[in-house]
Design a protein around this ligand. Structure first.
Ligand code: ADP
Length: 291
């Protein structure tokens, strides 16, 4: 079983010709809301990848924005541990999406910021805990520490980018980052390979957008090219990658097999709008993997 402990938001998305510069107003086109948040996106991706039971710890406000967020997770088959926050609003994200498939995102964490160490549910039956950094770092560190003590594999997607306390890094079995996030963690390294080598975690995966990803497992390096697709919206590509990688590892697959499945699923996620709504079904990922 996979437990995701993390953020859940409602995303407010506007498409526009380009992302506004500071002080600029851009006339956008269509507006849509989508269930999002890194934690919830990753939980949906893990559940759709199938084969492993997926559960999520999340916090929601007592408001209308919580309704579609909860519904999307339930529809994907994620079992929920909801901490209802009456003093905080459900988290929201304001996303501007350009015609060049670039995005600019502002998050108001709301209820997500009220999660604390004691909120982690019982870990009986859990083999992998998947964490991100959209919930308070002290809570994330405490959850990772408790999981490690219980013999649960800890996977951290260190996004959004920030410097990590050693107390957290020490508890991580698999670290998943993009280049910007890796640069924050391995700031003394001159290049990607030396950065990969100097992070004190057993396995590190660095995603490289349309290029693919590179991973270090112990001392072995693996390169997984991206699957070529016509990208329309890369929102949640990284989250799909994380959820599918973890679900595949939880089924007992090797890291190399997990990276391939994650690359295929995240490529497909780039071909549809939205966050959770763009996470592909397992059958479509398997079809792409068969070629
Ligand atoms: P993040 O959004 O977290 O920065 P990346 O942009 O590195 O993450 O994307 C995560 C993964 O999604 C990549 O490793 C790759 O497998 C896949 N991906 C991202 N963009 C594309 C693309 N344009 N075409 C195909 N796959 C992509």
């Amino acid at each position: 079983r996979v437990l995701v402990a993390g953020s859940a938001n409602l995303d407010f998305v506007v498409r526009a010709a380009h992302i506004p510069a500071p002080g600029e107003t851009v006339l956008g086109r269509e507006f849509q809301t989508f269930p999002g948040g890194k934690g919830a996106n990753q939980a949906v991706a893990a559940a759709r990848a199938g084969g492993a039971d997926t559960r999520m710890l999340l916090a929601l406000g007592d408001d209308a924005h919580a309704v579609p967020v909860e519904a999307s997770l339930r529809e994907a088959g994620v079992a929920l541990d909801i901490r209802r926050q009456t003093a905080h609003a459900t988290g929201v994200a304001f996303i501007c999406l350009s015609d060049g498939a670039e995005n600019a995102i502002t998050v108001a964490p709301g209820a997500n910021a009220a999660l604390v160490a004691d909120d982690l549910p019982d870990l009986a039956g859990v083999d992998t805990l998947l964490l991100q950094l959209e919930t308070p770092i002290d809570a994330v560190t405490a959850w990772a520490t408790r999981a490690r003590e219980a013999g649960v594999r800890v996977v951290l997607n260190a996004a959004p980018a920030r410097i990590l306390p050693d107390a957290l890094l020490r508890q991580v079995d698999v670290l998943i980052v993009n280049e910007g996030e890796l640069a924050m963690i391995a700031h003394q390294a001159d290049d990607l390979i030396s950065a990969l080598k100097c992070v004190p975690v057993p396995a590190v995966v660095v995603t490289l957008g349309a290029v693919g990803c590179i991973a270090r497992d112990g001392t072995d390096l693996h390169l997984q090219p991206a699957f070529p697709v016509a990208a329309v919206d890369t929102t949640a590509a990284g989250d799909t990658f994380c959820g599918v990688l973890v679900a595949t590892l939880a089924r007992g697959a090797t890291l190399v097999a997990g990276l391939r499945a994650a690359a295929a699923a995240s490529a497909l996620a780039c071909t549809a709008l939205g966050a959770q709504s763009s996470v592909p079904a397992r059958a479509d990922v398997d079809a792409l993997l068969r070629g």
